[in-house]
Design a protein around this ligand. Structure first.
Ligand SMILES: Nc1nc2c(c(=O)[nH]1)N[C@H]1C(S)=C(S)[C@@H](COP(=O)(O)O)O[C@H]1N2
Ligand SMILES: [Mo]
Length: 367
């Protein structure tokens, strides 16, 4: 390949807390987050689900689309969308979150997509379970990784590649990975992976490869950029790091009252207010409790039920709002006993920041 600036892998610019570069703003314009007011719904409205696309959205034609299962399979396959849609159908609500959600709150901030709180959403995904399809293709006994490759291609830190991720045979056996063609009862939208993607319930979003065109069975471990270099927790750059997998416990609050257009600070009148939101954790671990910090103390919220085994749980709490400025917070604890920290431990790329959600609320005297 001829020499281009994209192959240099030059270090990314340093950042300043609260000041955003033109490149970060451009990324934020492409990769939208949910509107926090939609936290009032069990299922995120389709157009309001967050988006994270590294390269460009490929526009694939459903009619001549093919998924190939190749490599160390004894019965390799090529399947069209009609073959795939004829497979046994399952529908499952799944909460998906980007591993970079919360990056903006990590200091010093990595020069990447500057998510605050909003890179999460819950959709009802329809497709077929992946494990029986892999089995039908007869993977050889010495397979170490199944590699899932998307049609999208580009550069990251000097590495040209198709977006690709892998899962081991043990992970395939343990996770209810779905091959998905529909979201909330409609065909997948181009930006969410049309016509076909995988969903890896309970893991951060990077595992759920969009625009899936190939599944390769490999007899050695996959070394792809998004698997081996990207998506690792690292306290220092250059560390080998730990691969990012399960979603960490987290909660968000539906912002109460009404906002100031630009600052997003909240305004409401003193008196009884109902606060609510959602909480979730990875690996199908249920939410055990949600606490809300009000009037100087943590108070236990009521849980209103999970949307699904792999989907978030609603919570609510009554608040007698008194005049003044309040910084309200929520924090969840999952059934494994993990609680959201006040401040997450440092990660160089700002991954896995599951610290508490804070909102500034201005309460006015009731007339
Ligand atoms: N092919 C491909 N798949 C991908 C990505 C991508 O850039 N290309 N981004 C991943 C990341 S990091 C996330 S968080 C989810 C986001 O899925 P969504 O845009 O449908 O919300 O898709 C994952 N799958
Ligand atoms: Mo992501």
């Amino acid at each position: 390949m001829p020499s281009t600036p994209f192959l240099s892998g030059a270090p990314r610019p340093e950042t300043q807390d609260g000041v955003f570069s033109r490149e970060e703003v451009a990324l934020a314009n492409r990769n939208s987050g949910i509107l926090l007011e939609t936290l009032g719904l069990d299922i995120t409205p389709t157009g309001a689900h967050y988006l994270l696309t590294h390269f460009d959205v490929p526009i694939l034609d459903d009619r001549d689309f093919q998924l190939s299962l190749d490599g160390a399979f004894d019965a390799p396959m090529r399947l069209g969308m009609d073959d795939i849609r004829a497979m046994p159908e399952v529908t499952e609500p799944v909460t998906m979150e980007c591993a970079g959600n919360g990056r903006e709150g990590v200091s010093p901030r990595a020069h990447l997509m500057p998510w605050m709180y909003e890179a999460v959403g819950t959709s009802e995904w329809t497709g077929t379970l992946l494990a029986p399809l892999l089995k039908a293709a007869q993977p050889r006994a010495d397979v170490q990784d199944f590699v899932f490759t998307g049609a999208d291609y580009g550069f990251d830190k000097g590495h040209p590649h198709h977006f690709a991720r892998s899962l081991t045979p043990d992970q395939i056996a343990e996770l209810d990975v779905m091959l998905v063609w529909s979201m909330n009862g409609l065909p997948l939208l181009p930006q969410h992976g049309a016509p076909l993607r995988i969903i890896v319930p309970g893991w951060y979003g990077m595992a759920s490869v969009k625009w899936l065109t190939r599944i390769d069975a490999q007899t050695e471990r996959f070394q792809g950029y998004q698997q081996q270099q990207g998506y690792h927790y690292r306290t220092q750059s250059g560390d080998a790091g730990l691969p990012i997998q399960r979603i960490l416990v987290k909660s968000l609050m539906r912002p109460p009252g009404v906002p100031d257009w630009v600052t997003r600070k909240r305004w409401l009148k003193a008196g009884q207010v109902e606060l609510d939101g959602r909480a979730w954790s990875g690996g199908a671990v249920p939410i055990a409790r949600v606490e809300v910090f009000l009037n100087g103390d943590w108070h236990e919220a009521d849980l209103t039920g999970a949307t699904g085994r792999y989907a978030w749980t609603g919570w609510r709490i009554a608040w007698d709002a008194t005049p003044g400025v309040h910084h309200i917070m929520c924090r969840a604890t999952d059934a494994d006993g993990h609680t959201q920290p006040m401040q997450a431990s440092y990660d160089v790329a700002g991954f896995g920041n599951n610290s508490v959600h804070r909102i500034e609320v201005h309460v006015a005297d009731a007339e």
